[in-house]
Structure formats: structure tokens, C-alpha cells
Design a protein around this ligand. Structure first.
Ligand code: NAI
Length: 256
């Protein structure tokens, strides 16, 4: 049985993944604002450092895998926290955990907003990849009411690029670490419920194309996480798996 770190373990898809891993007999060290083995605020550098170190201490410096699910949706007024939690909340922790993850597997929660959101400012994505979330937020300000969505999509684009760039490097693939991204579409979790409760968010979701119809189920995404951490994923490196009811294929049929 393995030891897995799961951020965002108190709610939604992170919680579903943590529950399934525990049910299969694994040890899970959850990280969240509350109700986790490690309670920490990933929107601050100090919180991220403390969380990363507390997990390593609890794991005895060895992790079989990590799931980076903590995230904040495109909520107005929270742009800075979105940039900090969604991007650095994954990347900073993974940088600290890398030596402990030798021969392990990592699932990073991206999003289909990476390909479904038009006009995401490239400057914001570049700023995030340069570890400058404040510059990323400034680059998105000109979008007014759409700024939170732009920051959100920029964090997920930057995170996906970070996964793809690093997955193949000697420090990651060379150490046997399988780094992959899961890109869900709209999945019925508290994050989505908050968006659906706002008139603008609800309208956007009503008009968004989902060929198979409806919303995703957090339990099913939890199953995908468990699969991506299993031996079946030994040859999977740097992949971005869309589980989105067909939206990405609908919007970009000829992307390949
Ligand atoms: P959720 O809101 O149910 O769970 C997110 C968890 O992250 C919560 O437990 C929350 O407390 C934690 N979190 C937020 N801020 C934090 C902070 N400062 N420090 C520590 N933990 C913090 O959300 P959901 O839907 O399960 O999302 C999981 C991941 O999937 C997120 O990264 C989200 O961006 C992504 N995603 C979600 C989609 C959806 O439709 N629900 C679609 C595509 C991606």
C-alpha cells in the first residue's frame, strides 16, 4: 500500500480521490484549509512551505504519489488568491516534494478552461510561469468583469505547461516520476455550485457546449485519479487528459 499527498482533500474531487485511495487501503495525507491531516493556507508562501514540509514529515520523506486538487474557481475579487493557490499551490509543493516522489506518480488538476476560454492573456501565463502571480493578476485587469475567469484560465494554462515542460526532464521522468494533468470540464462540486449560484456564471454554463450533456460527477473524477496513480499509468508521462463530456473535442476538433 502506498502513501499519497492530496491537496484540496476536504471537498469535491480532491476529497473523492482521497476517499477512494483510503478505501483501497492507502495512506492519504490531505492538505486543505481545514478538516485535513495538514491544515494550511496555500495562498501564502509561508503556508505552502509549512504544508510541504508537514507532508514530508508525516510521510517519512517518501511519497508514492501526489494529487494537486486544491483550487479556487473564477470568483470576483479573489484574483490574487486564485493565482497563488491554483498555480503556486501546486508547483511550489511539487518542487519541495520531488526528491520524495522518486518512482512515484503525480496528478495535477488542470481544467478544460485552458482550451475553452478565448483571449487568455499570454502575459498572465508567462508571468505565472515566472512565479510572479501579482504580475499575472495585473495583466488580466483590463478584462473587467471577466478578469477572474482570465486569471483562472491563465493559472490552469500555466500549470499545464509547467507539467508538460517538467514531465520530460531528467529531474522528473529521469527519476521515474510520472507527471500528468487531468483536465475536467464542469463537475458538480461546491466550486461549480458557487458559480451556478451567480447569474453570470449560471448563464455562461447554460450556453457552454457539452456534447454528452449535463455535468461531471466528482466520484468519477476520483476514479480517474486512482487510475492515473495505478500501474496502468506507468507509461503515461506529460499527458493532459480531458474528462469534459466532449467540450474540448467540440471546440477544437482539429487540434491534432
Ligand atoms: P472544491 O471547491 O470542491 O474543492 C477545492 C478544495 O481546495 C477545497 O477543499 C478548498 O478548501 C481547497 N482550497 C481552496 N483554497 C485553498 C487554500 N488557500 N489553501 C488550501 N486549500 C484550499 O473544488 P473542485 O471542483 O473539487 O476542484 C478541484 C480542482 O479541480 C480545482 O483545482 C479546480 O480548479 C479544478 N477544476 C474544477 C472543475 C469543476 O467544474 N468543479 C472543472 C475543472 C477544474
Amino acid at each position: 500500500m502506498g502513501t499519497y499527498a492530496v491537496t484540496g482533500s476536504a471537498s469535491g474531487m480532491g476529497r473523492a480521490a482521497a476517499d477512494k485511495l483510503r478505501a483501497a487501503g492507502h495512506t492519504v495525507i490531505g492538505v486543505d484549509l481545514a478538516d485535513a491531516e495538514v491544515n494550511a493556507d496555500l495562498s501564502a508562501g509561508g503556508g505552502r512551505r509549512e504544508a510541504a514540509e508537514a507532508v514530508l514529515a508525516a510521510a517519512g520523506d517518501h511519497l508514492d504519489g501526489a494529487v494537486l486538487a486544491a483550487g479556487i474557481g473564477p470568483v470576483s475579487g479573489r484574483e490574487r488568491a486564485i493565482a497563488q493557490v491554483n498555480y503556486l499551490g501546486a508547483v511550489d509543493l511539487l518542487r519541495t516534494w520531488r526528491p520524495a516522489l522518486r518512482e512515484g506518480k503525480v496528478v495535477v488538476f488542470a481544467s478544460n478552461s485552458t482550451t475553452a476560454t478565448p483571449l487568455v492573456p499570454r502575459r498572465a501565463v508567462r508571468a505565472l510561469l515566472a512565479d510572479d502571480p501579482d504580475r499575472a493578476v495585473r495583466s488580466a485587469r483590463m478584462f473587467g468583469r471577466a478578469a477572474p475567469l482570465m486569471v483562472y484560465a491563465a493559472t490552469k494554462l500555466a500549470l499545464t505547461r509547467w507539467v508538460r515542460r517538467n514531465a520530460v526532464r531528467p529531474e522528473w521522468a529521469g527519476e521515474g516520476i510520472r507527471l500528468n494533468a487531468l483536465a475536467p470540464g464542469a463537475v458538480r462540486t461546491p466550486l461549480l455550485e458557487r458559480q451556478l449560484a451567480e447569474p453570470v456564471g449560471a448563464k455562461a454554463f447554460r450556453s457552454f457546449p457539452v456534447p454528452i450533456g449535463g455535468f461531471g460527477d466528482p466520484d468519477q473524477l476520483g476514479d480517474w485519479v486512482v487510475f492515473l496513480l495505478s500501474d496502468a499509468a506507468d507509461f503515461l508521462v506529460g499527458s493532459v487528459l480531458f474528462v469534459d463530456g466532449g467540450s474540448d473535442a467540440y471546440l477544437r476538433p482539429d487540434a491534432w
